[in-house]
Design a binder for this molecule. Structure first.
Ligand code: NAD
Length: 478
């Protein structure tokens, strides 16, 4: 399990000595062993990183280039990401436990994001003429918001970071990028891609750290915008802190996305994306389809079909051929998910499959793919984000009730509606309050606007909507 360690931080376009000798030990969830170390950035490092980003923004070439010039750099970042994708994917597998196919797909997504970021300028007007009243005449100028603090979780760090940084850089912003301590190594490889692409000094600064240094970063007076992905709990706290300076913020938070199945839908139309939507990356995906709303009369048929499909999912060491489900990201996550499974049992839900640690895999952070049936809408497992391979099947009696249940959590990130025809599915999907929703399918589309309603977040990432989040609007009047 050879993944590289790092002993320097990427600040001001150089690999620099950290202010202290504190290290993050990266523990593999496959076997609970320390597999690499990276420096742990502290407040002094954050000050240095913010100063580098500030200097690059205030006096450097980046915000002053044309959008097309910047796009050339972003294209090169994408090419450098492609070169490193196999190593990043291997690192991600070892750090977080994602099977090779998942890790490869996530890094392919990162490439798509850089490609998309490098073409944004072609479909976005950074400046436009405006006229008003009798003789009002002006220019609307969209300018970069400034220095961005970019904070991400561990469940897909290179892709999640790319989804923020691509549009931020396209806008002309500079960034301080803090990955989570659980999965920093693939992000250090991304820093190498930035260096190889020749980004001007200080445009992106990469500083792995934990919560305290993260909190210090988001409170920094020289940070103009915070772009955060992670739990709703952390998002709430960060938003409250940033409110002190009326700071600009975008949040991409948790989810409890529902799949609604109608009375007449053929199951073969449903199962492939439903199973993938609930179990992909061991359910550690914010948009995961973790609630399945099914007509009461069809619950048994659906649960039997899902159980049969789950039995086909090979759980094990994610480095092994054919394994579709690896461990959770860390022992802490495993404990949390197992606790939720106990909560579900005590609430009276029925375990249709799974419910524990798979035999022979006690060493790592594994949890069996689990289906709860007979779940009711008031149960905690029907409302709270579990972030593991645990799906709640909730029977309903009318479509109105199904829509009401789908909309009844604090979240609103993704979802799916499956019906015999697209028109019926679409009519129901229009009533579900989420940022993305599948109509007789499910996926997580990362090159179109992604984000949530309600406590799933504020703002959208990806494409021109994601770009807009990193721009201020100025009206110049003549
Ligand atoms: P978290 O939200 O606490 O951490 C995510 C990132 O935010 C990390 O980089 C962390 O260091 C940073 N962070 C946390 N608090 C911060 C603060 N006050 N200021 C600045 N940075 C801060 O998530 P976690 O502890 O890794 O996971 C806990 C649970 O969160 C998971 O079990 C899951 O339910 C949920 N989660 C959701 C997503 C998602 O994409 N929706 C991602 C990760 C975790």
């Amino acid at each position: 399990m050879a993944i590289p360690s790092y002993d320097k931080l990427f600040i001001g376009g150089e690999w620099v000595e950290p202010a202290t000798d504190r290290k993050i030990e990266v523990v593999s969830p496959i076997n609970n062993q320390v597999i690499a170390t990276v420096p742990e950035a502290t407040e002094a490092d954050m000050d240095r990183a913010v100063a580098a980003a500030r200097e690059a923004f205030d006096n450097g070439p980046w915000p002053r280039m044309t959008p097309e010039e910047r796009a050339g750099y972003l294209k090169r970042v994408g090419e450098e990401v492609v070169k490193r994708s196999p190593a990043m994917a291997e690192s991600f597998t070892n750090e977080i436990g994602a099977p090779a196919a998942v890790a490869t797909a996530f890094h392919e997504n990162a490439r798509k994001m850089w490609d998309d970021a490098s073409t944004l300028y072609k479909r976005f007007e950074f400046e436009e003429e405006r006229t008003w009243d009798e003789s009002g005449r002006g220019k609307l100028v969209r300018e970069p918001v400034g220095v961005v603090a970019t904070i991400i979780p561990w469940n897909g760090p290179v892709a999640t970071g790319s989804l923020k940084l691509g549009p931020a850089l396209a806008a002309g912003c500079t960034a301080v990028f803090k990955p989570a301590p659980e999965g920093p190594v693939s992000v250090m490889m991304l820093a190498e891609a930035f260096e190889a692409a020749g980004l001007p000094a200080g445009v992106v600064n990469v500083v792995p750290a934990g919560r305290e240094a993260g909190q210090y970063l988001i409170e920094h007076k020289d940070v103009d915008k915070v772009s955060f992905t992670g739990s709703t709990a952390a998002g709430r706290k960060i938003m409250a802190s940033v409110a002190e300076r009326i700071g600009n913020i975008s949040l991409e938070l948790g989810g409890k996305s529902a799949a609604i199945l109608t009375e007449d839908v053929p199951l073969e139309k449903v199962l492939p994306t439903l199973v993938f939507g609930g179990l992909g990356n061991s359910g550690q995906v914010c948009a995961a389809l973790t609630r399945v709303l099914v007509p009461r009369s069809r619950q048994d048929e659906l649960v039997d079909a899902m159980v049969a499909a789950y039995k086909e999912v090979k759980v094990g060491d994610p480095r092994e051929e054919g394994v579709a489900l690896g461990p959770l990201a860390a022992k802490r996550q495993q404990e949390r998910v197992l606790e939720y499974i106990e909560v579900g049992k005590s609430e009276g839900a029925r375990v249709a499959i799974g419910g524990g640690v798979p035999d022979g895999l006690e060493e790592g952070a594994y949890v069996e793919p689990t289906i709860f049936a007979d779940v009711t809408r008031d149960m905690r497992i029907a409302n709270e984000e579990i972030f593991g391979p645990v799906v709640a099947v909730i029977p309903y009696d009318t479509v109105d009730e199904a829509v009401d249940i789908a909309n009844s959590t604090d979240y609103g990130l993704s979802g799916a509606v499956y019906a015999a025809d697209d028109a019926t599915a679409e009519a129901i999907a229009r009533r579900v309050r989420t940022g993305q929703i599948g109509v007789n399918t499910w996926d997580m589309c990362v090159t179109q606007p992604f984000g949530g309603y309600k406590q799933s977040g504020i703002g959208r990432e990806g494409n021109v909507e994601g770009l807009s989040a990193f721009l201020e609007t100025k009206l110049m009047m003549y």
